[in-house]
Write a protein that binds this ligand. Structure first.
Ligand code: ADP
Ligand code: MG
Length: 325
């Protein structure tokens, strides 16, 4: 048991190792490595562990392949970069067979093709018990142009690129319905027949906001940016601590979809809580000069203030977001 928790451990590691001048290391969505060519190289690495990030009997292999690539591509989007290649590693238990693997690779390949990302390498080993997947994605952006978490300024508006909480709603459906619904074959959100299926699709098949991230990166009025993987209840705190600022969020203005509202109304759930604490939406969270035009449609959810407080206006809850340990 690590007493300091996930983020305490990361901070400890961060303090132990020096980062060369001009590099960005631990603490952002990607590492940033300056190149001689006038471009920066971006690197992001993430693991997906059976039992922690997915349950083998509730997600199909095609979907898991898609999602494994998507969550890493999203970290390139988070900095405003263009993905250029990926590395895929497995620790495989005996329970994983060839048919499962073929479908996984098809899903992984499908999203990689969508974004024009070649698979360039990886590693394959056995695992005594559980499946572990590790993906690294490389990206690039113009030198000095990528958006970091540490650039939010008092007075900035806080924005997100789309409705939040659908993925958390989808996960609720999946956990309740495992074995009862044949949702594991969903591979295209346009084929989802109803609001429940659309929520599940949003959980299984996140769409990294590469296009939006690149536009935002080219926009001077945009200051800090990251992707939403753990829910803004957790992720916004990263922007605040890295930028040394506080925030006021208007809970009323946190966008939620009609699908999520309908699902929550039927099941006695709080849509705003799923939107803020749920995670895995992979929308972008950014700050920009108040009233400016960042070049894409966005939802304004609050503003940055001096100090270090995070106030959720319109509620007495203190939202936290997802934590691994
Ligand atoms: P994200 O959710 O965007 O993938 P994480 O919360 O996983 O970000 O990681 C936050 C930061 O900590 C990133 O910069 C990541 O590279 C770094 N990090 C996480 N785990 C480790 C580790 N074991 N060693 C070094 N850096 C780490
Ligand atoms: Mg991220």
């Amino acid at each position: 048991m690590i007493e300091a928790g996930e983020f305490g451990l990361i901070e400890k590691i961060r303090k132990m190792y020096m980062v060369p001048e001009g590099f960005t290391g631990i603490g952002d969505d990607c590492a940033v490595i300056p190149q001689k060519s006038g471009e920066d190289t971006l690197v992001s690495s993430d693991m997906l562990i059976e039992g922690v990030h997915f349950l083998l009997d509730s997600i199909g292999p095609w979907q898991l392949g898609w999602k494994s690539a998507a969550v890493n591509i999203s970290d390139i989007a988070a900095m405003g970069g263009t993905p250029v290649g990926s590395f895929l590693s497995f620790a495989l238990p005996g329970s994983v067979g060839s048919e499962w693997m073929d479908a996984f690779l098809e899903g992984y390949g499908c999203i990689s093709n969508e974004f024009g990302i070649p698979l360039l390498g990886g590693d394959t080993t056995s695992s005594p018990e559980r499946l572990c997947i590790s993906v690294t994605v490389l990206g690039r952006c113009k030198s000095g142009q990528c958006k970091r978490r540490n650039a939010a300024k008092p007075g900035d508006m806080i924005c997100v690129t789309g409705p939040l909480g659908d993925s958390a709603g989808g996960l609720k459906v999946i956990l309740a319905e495992t074995g009862k619904l044949s949702l594991q074959n969903l591979s295209d959100i346009s084929k989802a027949g109803n609001s429940i299926e659309r929520l599940v699709c949003r959980h299984f098949l996140p769409w990294p906001r590469i296009k939006e991230g690149k536009i935002l990166a080219g926009c001077k009025v945009v200051h800090a940016m990251m992707d939403i993987s753990d829910g803004i209840g957790s992720d916004l705190r990263h922007i605040l601590s890295e930028s040394d600022v506080g925030a006021v969020v208007d809970v009323e203005n946190v966008p939620v979809s009609d699908d999520l509202l309908a699902f929550c109304a039927e099941n006695g759930l709080d849509a705003k809580e799923l939107a803020i604490c749920g995670g895995e939406d992979y929308e972008l969270l950014f700050t920009a000069e108040d009233g400016s035009d960042p070049g894409i449609p966005y939802f304004k959810i609050g503003h940055i203030v001096e100090g270090d407080s995070l106030i959720w206006k319109g509620t007495d809850k203190d939202y936290m977001g997802f934590k691994h340990f």
